[in-house]
Design a protein around this ligand. Structure first.
Ligand code: GH3
Ligand code: MG
Ligand code: MG
Ligand code: MG
Length: 324
């Protein structure tokens, strides 16, 4: 809808103005201690990009923390307070800013400097005095590469059918959250979710309807998990899984019950189900803490198995229920 609105806006403009309204202008941060340099670059780039300016490394580090972060940074190598190398290093230490491409600007145009610039993580190197068209082309290339990297990384982490995180993403986050829970001595919970008699659903309504049902269930799961750190993913087939950091067994059982009810209340017809005449879920819950690990029988690594055992009990005792 936003795109359509922008398109409309473009068509309403006189032709000469149309070019100026770019769809989502990308943000470029120019960092240089010389105002002359920042001005020159800003003037050249302002037509096509949103420009941010910093005259010191310290200011630059403050600006990159803003949301939305810049899409690309032009960074002077020699500045009095903090060198470009140092600024670059800091930006790459932060998870939220490490993917921003950095291009070094420098008068020190010898191969050795260029090599150490690239080594410190910059994507490119431009020497002063600037050849403006060349600068523009480099910026365009690196913004395009960044865009494709983002698409690639989202695609790798997302389930194509339901558009929720996939198993790969879940396993990655599980490893991170296990480390966090150990460090902070917190409880981590997992909920395994399986649609009841889904083979019969496909047999009755066909695979396309089955796909629609999976999408509806995934949406309901996503809506039911409200805490920022919670994650719901598609495990495989008609199975989903939730990761609940800093949540004990009681809390997780409560969330699981909410999920069960949410999908039941969708009232998606399932006439061949022996449970109810609508789509239902079976769920298994398990929790882990660091103190469990001392007893050797329980550990974070066994969480998935424990949740699976609980899920099997839900299936065996009649389905459409939560087992802990
Ligand atoms: P239970 O209550 O014991 O879980 O029975 P079930 O039929 O749900 O379990 P089963 O493992 O026998 O069958 C799972 C079915 O899920 C088999 C398959 O047809 C269906 N399925 C798996 N992935 C997809 C998918 O991407 N789309 C559709 N439409 N169906 C799928
Ligand atoms: Mg300088
Ligand atoms: Mg299954
Ligand atoms: Mg099933």
């Amino acid at each position: 809808e936003e795109l359509r609105a922008i398109e409309q806006l473009r068509n309403d403009q006189p032709k000469s103005d149309r070019q100026a309204i770019a769809i989502k202008r990308e943000r470029i941060l120019i960092v240089d201690d010389s105002p002359e340099n920042t001005q020159l670059l800003a003037q050249m780039l302002v037509e096509n990009y949103e420009i941010l300016v910093a005259n010191s490394g310290k200011d630059a580090l403050a600006i990159v923390q803003q949301v939305p972060a810049p899409d690309l940074i032009l960074l002077d190598l020699s500045m009095p307070d903090m060198s470009g190398y140092e600024v670059c290093k800091q930006i790459q230490l932060e998870e939220s800013t490490m993917a921003i491409p950095i291009i070094f600007l420098t008068i020190l145009s010898d191969p050795e400097n260029e090599a150490s610039g690239l080594q410190s993580g910059a994507v490119d190197f431009i020497s002063k005095p600037f050849d403006l068209p060349r600068v523009e082309e480099k910026i365009k290339n690196h913004l395009a590469l960044k865009h494709y990297r983002e698409i690639l990384s989202t695609t790798a982490d997302t389930d194509a059918l339901t558009q929720i995180p996939n198993r790969r993403r879940f396993e990655e986050m599980l490893a991170i959250e296990i480390r966090k829970a150990r460090r902070n001595n917190t409880t981590l919970s997992v909920i395994r979710i399986d649609i009841d008699y889904f083979k019969r659903y496909n047999d009755t309504y066909g695979h396309l309807e089955g796909d629609d049902c999976l999408r509806e269930v995934a949406d309901a799961l996503k809506k039911t998990l409200k805490r920022a750190g919670d994650l719901v993913a598609r495990w495989e087939g008609e199975e989903f899984i939730c990761l609940l950091p800093d949540t004990n067994l009681k809390g997780a059982a409560h969330v699981a019950e909410n999920i069960r009810k949410a999908v039941l209340n969708l009232r998606i017809p399932h006439q061949s189900s022996p449970v109810e005449k609508v789509v239902t879920l079976s769920l298994g819950v398990a929790s882990g803490t660091r103190s469990h690990e001392n007893q050797a029988e329980d550990s974070f690594e066994a969480l998935l198995d424990h949740a699976q055992m609980a899920l099997t009990k839900s299936k065996d005792t009649g389905r459409n229920r939560v087992f802990v």
